[in-house]
Design a protein around this ligand. Structure first.
Ligand code: TXA
Ligand code: MG
Length: 315
């Protein structure tokens, strides 16, 4: 049934790299979520990402690199950006940087913006694929637009099916929520999306406050996020301590009532890693009363979790 899922061994990574070079689409694991990858320089391939996802074409994509030296090819890197890169990469940390003017071949990947968005994932399969492809790989999460991000190869298949040429199976993603995105083009560092690196860790490293952008959620170009983004099909309520009878309840921390529990010990990292898979499961198992989730503390990865579930609960 899973006709295009391949075990991520060396020979399949080689095949996948060939597909990327030839302008095809490969879904691959990263430490955050699975990405739907294409050659950043091949506009036709980049366009087919938008098509496969059913995503509005004005949404800019993240370029995934395996080597810090790639940065100098198409973005301006000042000393602050370089030190952030050295500290947080490889890892779930993404920077919006100023593009170098001459590099128009990445126009579509950048949705025509004067910025490019880059990260180095902390996943050996992803890094190997990028190296063997010989180009940065642009990759949004490997799911249809406005649905839950995939954290296993099967999730990718369920969402995209054979719209993708090959799905490299590297098991379950460790982090489970997308990368933290910061804009470093201005004087202040601005958080565009909470994610796998905690805001506190960035502030501690920089020794300065990071500005939190609330953006314009209906205009996907700025923080690039639509409110409905992660919506399950069922009614989904958040911050619920005492769910009604019949509601499928996703717990956090100790809970007798929970149908499933993101982390019985109240560990936010574990909760983040389980989040999308459990939301899917809840969507499958819930009845007409829908789904409710326990309150999640607004610290560490809790910021990213709360951001995602607020979007998912938005009607
Ligand atoms: O963890 C991740 O970041 C995953 C894995 C695959 O790396 N990727 C991911 O990509 O989540 P995507 O496309 O689903 O989300 C990236 C978000 C989009 O909402 C996009 O609009 C925003 O980042 N974005 C990208 N470039 C931007 C830019 N130059 N300015 C503002 N927002 C940008
Ligand atoms: Mg996405």
């Amino acid at each position: 049934m899973y006709s295009n899922i391949y075990q991520a061994n060396n020979s399949n990574i080689q095949k996948a790299a060939q597909i990327i070079k030839n302008g095809g689409l490969v879904a691959f694991p990263t430490e955050t979520v699975y990405g739907l990858g294409a050659n950043v320089y091949n506009a036709k391939a980049v366009a087919s990402i938008f098509e496969a996802k059913g995503r509005p074409a004005f949404n800019p994509l993240i370029s995934h690199i395996a080597d810090i030296n790639f940065l100098n090819e198409y973005v301006e890197v000042d000393s602050r950006a370089m030190s952030l890169a050295k500290h947080f990469w490889p890892g779930p940390f993404t920077m919006v940087l100023k593009r170098k003017e001459h590099n128009t071949s990445i126009d579509l990947a950048c949705a025509g913006l004067p910025t490019a968005t880059v990260r180095m994932p902390n996943n050996q399969i992803a890094l190997e694929l990028i190296k063997q492809s010989g180009v940065p790989i642009v990759a949004p999460s490997a799911n249809r637009s406005q649905t839950i991000s995939p954290t296993t190869a099967e999730h990718v298949f369920e969402s995209l099916g054979t719209r993708v040429d090959m799905i490299l199976d590297g098991g379950k993603c460790d982090v489970g929520v997308e990368s933290t995105i910061v804009d470093v083009t201005g004087k202040d560092v601005v958080l565009l999306r909470a994610g796998g690196v905690a805001l506190e860790d960035i502030e501690e490293f920089l020794n300065e406050k990071v500005i939190i952008s609330h953006g314009e959620p209906d205009k996907p170009s700025s923080p690039g996020q639509l409110l409905k983004h992660y919506a399950p099909n069922h009614r989904f309520q958040i911050n619920i301590n005492e769910p009604e009878d019949g509601v499928f309840y996703i717990g956090f921390g100790q809970s007798e009532r929970a149908d499933i529990n993101l982390s019985p010990n109240g560990d936010l990292n574990e909760a983040a890693a389980n989040l999308f898979a459990y939301m899917r499961l809840a969507d499958e198992l819930a009845g007409e009363k829908g789904i409710a989730m326990a309150p999640i503390p607004e610290t560490g990865l809790g910021l990213a979790i709360n951001d995602r579930i607020r979007r998912a609960s938005y009607r």
